[in-house]
Design a protein around this ligand. Sequence first.
Ligand code: PMV
Length: 362
Amino acid sequence: MIDYKNPKLILDSSNVKEGKISWQSPSNIALVKYWGKHGIQLPRNPSISLTLDEAHTKTFMSYSPKKNLDVDIDLDFYFEGQPNQAFANKIVKFLSGLSEIFPFVKQLKFKIESENSFPHSSGIASSASSMSALALCLCTLESDLFGTLKDDKEFRRKASYISRLGSGSACRSVYAHAGLWGTSGSIKDSSDLYAIPYQDEIHKIFKTFHDDILIVSQGEKAVSSRAGHALMDGNDYAAPRYKQANQRLHRLLAAMKSGDLETFGNITENEALTLHALMMTSNPAYILMKPNSLEMINRIRNFRADTGHPIYFTLDAGPNIHLLYPDNIYFDVKDFIQTELVPLCENGMMIPDKVGLGPLQL
Ligand code: PMV
């Protein structure tokens, strides 16, 4: 079992330099969903996601020797150019929790600036991109200060582990194309502690797949993901759900390997509706979909039935629709998207996205 606690990662305080590290990291969209957790951010079932491209966070981390010894973590945090105390408090808590893994965080003063390419709390998993960007900055910082983590596989595995501690789904964002998280019997190297790359196991059609994000509502979600995960503990359907997720994962991976879009779409849509069904069967029950989410789902299914085009939807823990389709039908579906779906979006807002190459050091 991996244990990243490392008391040796302490700086010689007479020789601490200043520096700046920046990463851009994407959001991801789960196909088999992670919903329900235990322990320290450990998943109740394995999940797989496609890594996005357009929807990302840029994080700029400057560090210098810490002067204010009265505080545990010395941080100034700016979100989209403005000081943001609420986010700063969350990050201080996160960094403080990492002090056995990265003891040097208590020896430095940090200025962290972060910006998203998409609206915050729009149901796009901002925590996935922001926590992975921050984790990547911290691993690069360790590497720069101590000469560790030179091997890319080792670097990403640790970045994925640290991302997971910030937000479970974030651990899948550190890989190009696709990431798989959660121990699954027949999948080599799979782990609950970090995600593994999955790009080599999928048909090339998925590497240029589209995921247009149709913003049904930009409002803050009524129930956070954190609260949603917690409600799974009392959900009567929890045990069969975790079993189902394992079975679906295996069927989905086989379809993704062969490029079987019909099976891929069928499982992906069922997963999205299952996620929302679990919310509707929680106690208290809640509904995050909006009337326009359902209208879009009906229109997508009707268009698919009428034309035979392999265009499918999925949902995150929010009302927005992710529209999934292969690049080779882009010209056949773009008018449908513009005339039938975009008018149902809040202020006509859609973020056209695609499967991407993963994080980028800036
Ligand atoms: O990473 P969290 O705790 O925000 O949970 C996200 C869960 C879903 O986005 C709904 C599903 C998933 O696997 O990403």
